[in-house]
Design a protein around this ligand. Structure first.
Ligand code: ADP
Length: 485
């Protein structure tokens, strides 16, 4: 690829050079032509418009030896007429026949072409018409003897030899310039192609590496031009793909872990159910109390499975967006009080002190009352679960800015700092045995977090192992935006 690009560049440069030089050559040559022809006519017109010169010629024309006299005069004006007797000569022609009577030409060539200018002069008019395309320049002036006794034409012709040799010279110079220009063009295009091609080669390598799954390779951005921008964009794209891939891998790892967790969580109650059911079925002599106890366990375990499956379904509805909040305006104070009342009996059974402290006149909020109560219930139930009998659980609620907050504090076992950031993860439990024993699924806080964030709020947990935990839920009074209602 790089080679063909290089060759293309060289060819383009050479073509540009050749074109440029051709234009210069054509312009120069036609410029020189025009300059010379203009100069020639100017010169002729100036000389032949001098009244003394023309009247002297007419005087001479009236003489006996008219041709010799005129010849002498013209020789005297050689300089002004530019006559050099090689490229430019004068002719004295018979004013009637146009025959050559005398010439400055050393070879004394008497045969000349009768040009348009000569014809015009024979008809009695000065004629200085010069065509730049013709290979000669000429001028013809009729000279009538002052007494009308004789008729001549003074004819000046230039064979353009000077112009042609100058043009040839120019051609050689341009040709030399072309050759030097070609050499420079080749060098420049090689240098340019190198600066252009090396980043492209870098990009090609990086793209190849990408095709092999390696996105870490970056192209050095060396310039701010289009190639630099392309390299930068390419790097940006590679970075994005890399991040996306990492994210995909992370999600995939989470998914595997989740499936493993679900299977594990469901397998335990299933194994229990099966073994107790088998015992009852196999042992016909099993005492009645024992059979009742086993049946109670079986029912318990299937309840547990139902709970797990329900929680999972709820989470999956959140994930798929199928879960719709049924938003209404309700009293958060009433909700807190209801949850408090529902849990008070259980707290008393466990000899916990259950405190409730509410700010005066809590505002109504907009949200899904059932779901908010479910969250409060879950967090307060956790406080009860993870606090040894005889602890203190305190519920506070108040407002800050446009938010309502509910804080649940316990004097329980607490959570080690390294586990704290994971408690909202699905199936994450600090103490698996304790959680399972108290009917926990490890999904409660994940569901709580989903519900609260769907309401535009947040849930935070702080804890000191051994001394207690506090969970703060913050909800905007204005509640969720209307589109999820
Ligand atoms: P679980 O059903 O196991 O209670 P959650 O999602 O509600 O699941 O809580 C996740 C984990 O966070 C619990 O297993 C427990 O280890 C820890 N946790 C939650 N609340 C408390 C608390 N108040 N005190 C101590 N640990 C807690």
């Amino acid at each position: 690829m790089s080679n063909s690009l290089r060759v293309k560049l060289v060819i383009i440069m050479l073509l540009i050079m050749a074109l440029l030089m051709t234009v210069v050559l054509v312009l120069l040559i036609s410029g020189v032509q025009d300059f010379y022809t203009d100069q020639f006519t100017d010169q002729m017109e100036t000389v032949f418009s001098k009244p003394e010169f023309v009247s002297d010629l007419r005087m001479a024309a009236g003489r006996e030896d008219a041709v010799a006299q005129m010849n002498e005069m013209l020789f005297a004006f050689m300089g002004e007429l530019g006559i050099d007797r090689t490229t430019r000569n004068f002719y004295i022609l018979d004013g009637v026949t146009g025959a050559v009577l005398k010439t400055s030409s050393p070879d004394d060539n008497r045969r000349i072409e009768i040009t348009e200018n000569i014809i015009t002069a024979l008809l009695g008019e000065n004629s200085f018409m010069v065509s730049s395309r013709a290979d000669y320049m000429d001028a013809a002036v009729p000279i009538v003897a002052h007494d009308g006794s004789a008729n001549f034409v003074v004819y000046i012709i230039d064979n353009k030899q000077t112009v042609q040799s100058l043009n040839a010279e120019i051609f050689v110079i341009i040709l030399r310039a072309v050759l030097i220009g070609f050499a420079i063009a080749v060098i420049i295009s090689l240098v340019i192609s190198k600066t252009l091609i090396s980043p492209i080669q870098g990009m090609t390598k990086a793209a190849e590496a990408m095709a092999d799954g390696d996105f870490s390779r970056k192209i050095p951005v060396e310039s701010a031009d289009e190639i630099g921008v392309l390299a930068k964009t390419f790097n940006g794209m590679a970075g994005q793909i890399e991040t996306m891939l990492e994210e995909l891998q992370r999600v995939e790892a989470l998914r595997r872990e989740f499936v493993a967790n679900v299977s594990h969580e469901l397998r335990t109650p299933l194994t229990n159910i099966r073994s107790y059911a088998e015992t009852i079925s196999d042992d016909k002599d099993i005492p009645q109390e024992m059979e009742d106890e086993f049946l109670r366990i079986i029912i318990n375990q299937s309840d547990r499975m139902t709970k797990i499956v329900q929680d999972l379904l709820e989470l999956s509805r959140f994930d798929s967006g199928a879960s719709v909040l049924s938003v209404e305006e309700f009293s958060i104070e009433q909700a807190v009080r209801d949850v408090y009342a529902a849990i008070a009996l259980e707290a008393r059974k466990r000899s916990h002190v259950l405190n409730l402290e509410l700010e005066w006149k809590l505002p109504n909020i907009k949200g899904d009352r059932d779901k908010i109560e479910q969250v409060l219930m879950n967090v307060i139930a956790n406080a009860l679960k993870y606090t040894p009998d005889g602890g203190t659980i305190a519920i506070y609620s108040g407002t800050t800015g446009g938010d309502v907050w509910v804080k649940i504090e316990d004097t329980g076992v607490g959570i080690p700092p390294e586990d704290l950031e994971h408690v909202f993860d699905r199936f994450y439990r600090v103490d698996k045995a304790r959680s399972r024993e108290s009917g926990g699924t490890g999904l409660g806080l994940s569901i709580a977090k989903e519900i609260i964030s769907r309401h535009g709020g947040d849930i935070k947990i702080e804890s000191t192992p051994g001394s207690g935990t506090s969970v703060t839920i913050r909800l905007p009074v204005e509640g969720v935006p209307t589109e999820v209602e």
